[in-house]
Design a binder for this molecule. Sequence first.
Ligand code: SF4
Ligand code: SF4
Length: 384
Amino acid sequence: MAYRINTRLRDELVQYGGLDANKCFNCGNCTAACGLSERETIFPRRDIRSMQLGLEGRIEESLDPWLCYYCGDCSDTCPREAEPGELMMSMRRWLTARYDWTGISKLLYTNHIAEYAILVVLAALVMALFFVPGFGFPLLAEHPEAREHVMLQFFAPKHAVHYGDLIMAAVLSFFLATNVLRMWSKTMKSSGAGPGHYLGQLHELVIHAATQKRWAACDGERARFHWLRHVLLVTGYGTMLLLVVVFLTWFQIEDTAWHWTSIPGYYATLVLLGVTITMITDRMAKKDQIHKYSHPSDWLFLALLLGTSVTGILLHAFRLADLPMLTYCMYMLHLAIAVPMLLVEVPFGKWSHLAYRPMAMYLNKVKEAAARDRVGATSTAAAK
Ligand code: SF4
Ligand code: SF4
């Protein structure tokens, strides 16, 4: 297949955190060292070669960058210190921007001032909602008793917040789903896969989305630890998303009472806080290959997670201590961090890999099944 050459591709990838791909002299050590590279998916050398040659179409239709879990074995064995693991990471960011039809992902990854500005504007809009008549501070003004004791029903009524949560979930699902569709159209156009192949491999999507089990198969020294930590993190924010999007009316306690329904909230908060802190310290220590290079989006993501966890804990403590104004202000601050984080990071930023990676595992299996059938059909025809 003929591919258009983009002579600026290497420079473009540098904006996404890529290093100097020209250091690579194509020895193939990295591919030999990679425990996840297989006969059908020879990475990372092939993708780095595409990068050097400016073959953006070949990278765009490749699922390989998503099959890499960044264990770092390839970087450890590279004689040229070309950091192939980090090059694969930069390709994932670049692909995220390519899948996104709105252009927001590209803006977030390549213009950090714009990224901060978007988050600040969204946070300001969330805070402004608490000054809309019938909600937040205007509602509080109508209920002086809610200034004596915590009464969240007179500041952020459950039904209104729940309605907002559902709208937010619908918006981010729409953008993520349409971007996933674009990923599918870019990567599968010449696969020859039919409906039977897609249906037959559907279990792979569910398994990889739930377990990310391929990461555990990485040979890297601490790959298993990173995999376990990631699984824990997913259970943490999965629980939190369920609580605030689906079960909010059950989860949000209006007064100072303690209720057992807080227990899943404690679990999610402890996991988010604990894992986020260890991720921050790991990035600062740069001990593992995966943490050696940090793109600004990595730090921002962790800062948002930390902010969401800490404000959630303070909100809970202020409510139990019956400190009404502190509870209300912390509620507003908590949403002003959590909502922009979800709206930006889930469909356009770092969290989008939660959809792209299992989708890539699934589509890769679909491609393999289609290829097997093609070979089978050719052999049968030859035998006749
Ligand atoms: S990235 Fe390093 S190990 Fe891999 S092919 Fe290039 S020079 Fe060799
Ligand atoms: S980082 Fe690990 S999984 Fe990724 S290409 Fe290198 S060796 Fe393979």
